[in-house]
Design a protein around this ligand. Structure first.
Ligand SMILES: [Zn+2]
Length: 168
């Protein structure tokens, strides 16, 4: 995605696009691949501030990740919202945003992918059954508590935080 810097007005401009091609180069990676159904996208505002190009907005892409628990390949979308990028453009007429977007999105990939945490689809992680059951039980307890109108009981958040720690 090449931006012609002379096209950016002083007040800045919106820049929204998707990459039709895979920009991530993960073909040889067994644990993460670009999702061909969900290419990299960005919805940003570009502004020149002195010798810098400032990009602000949301960027993201879909991936096929290998779950670290059950080794199942699952779909995930990585989105960085309200993301800011500052690029030195001194003496340049144009800039290719691809490398910058690629790098920031790759850095946001989970270091310990867990299919049960997919934001795209619901997966039932075979390596995660015990924890999933514990979460479900906690949820049941919570809903029966609220049905009984027992809202003064201990904050259930503590239970969830403890379970989240287990998951990690
Ligand atoms: Zn899994």
């Amino acid at each position: 995605m090449i931006i012609d810097l002379s096209q950016i007005p002083p007040e800045g401009m919106e820049s929204t696009d998707t990459f039709e091609t895979d920009i991530f180069g993960l073909e040889a990676d067994t644990r993460a691949k670009a999702d061909p159904k969900c290419p990299c996208w960005f919805e940003t505002y570009l502004r020149r501030v002195e010798d810098c190009l400032v990009l602000r907005g949301s960027i993201g892409a879909g991936f096929l990740l290998e779950c670290a628990r059950c080794t199942e390949i699952y779909r995930e979308a990585i989105e960085l919202q309200d993301h800011t990028l500052q690029i030195d453009i001194e003496g340049r007429a144009s800039i290719d945003l691809t490398d910058y977007l690629r790098e920031d999105i790759l850095l946001a990939l989970p270091s310990y992918p867990n299919c049960a945490e997919s934001t795209v689809s619901e997966y039932h992680c075979a390596g995660d059954q015990a924890i999933a059951k514990a979460k479900l039980d906690a949820k049941k307890d919570r809903s029966s508590e609220s049905k009984a109108g027992n809202s003064d009981s201990a904050d259930p958040k503590g239970v969830w935080d403890a379970l989240d720690e287990l998951t990690e």
